[in-house]
Design a protein around this ligand. Sequence first.
Ligand code: NAD
Length: 267
Amino acid sequence: PRRHLEGQTALVTGASSGIGRAVAVCLGQAGANVAVNYSSKEDAALEVVKEIESSGSHAFAVKADVSKEEDVLSMFDAVRAEFGTLDILVNNAGLQVDSPFIDMTLAQWQKVIDVNLTGQFLCAREAVREFKKRGVRPEISCAAGKIICMSSVHEVIPWAGHVNYASSKGGVMLMMKSIAQEVAPWRIRVNSIAPGAIRTPINTAAWDTPEHYAALMKLVPYKRIGEPVDIGRAAVWLASDDSDYVHGITLFVDGGMTLYPGFETGG
Ligand code: NAD
């Protein structure tokens, strides 16, 4: 891969597995130094660090629960201590706590909002503070900083049985756009990626048997499941100057899942 992120530093939240892992590795392959955030699986995070270092970039693991303000503040201190500053934030950490709406507890609602929405708010705010204070370094990048929010096709597709999750991602959409509007004058770019069905631990039940996979393909016009690297490549593009005039968008990386696949036969 081109090392066009050389000299830049990235923080990827929830980077010890799945999409976050692939994003961290792809950013490292593109030349960025990467802070690998994890919440509990230190071993897995250290493996990601090793993989990034084998591509010739620097990396380190940093523990933080993104829903806790004090954890987020100390994570940003750790990133500054290790790398001096930050250029790229990927707000990836997220989870599902599924329940029929009628039985959903306040704790189940709150947990998902806390991690998926408030966690992205806290990290984005700290990143903007750092980007604005430091400003543009033209030899490094056209922008003073880039934020990529991991949303979902469920920022637009309603999802029965997952009201908390869909609400969090709908919230991410307007949070991202509102931040983008507010910080653009400081040359900070803010965008989202909305993955469709990607093969990760969060949705094992959707692809782990041939029957489940066939059912999933009814929702995917392109007829293959997404792989984490599909998202990693999109993240590298959004983080790089190749997308310098792209601001406040959601990039859907979903094999056409948002194209109303129920209509694909025209019948
Ligand atoms: P995953 O479960 O493998 O990864 C989620 C990561 O977030 C894990 O490493 C987990 O430890 C971390 N995390 C959870 N709570 C955290 C917290 N409080 N603080 C820090 N880290 C925390 O699943 P994934 O599919 O890789 O999900 C990554 C992101 O992609 C999520 O935001 C998810 O909503 C989104 N997404 C995934 C899919 C998909 O099909 N896999 C589709 C759309 C969106």
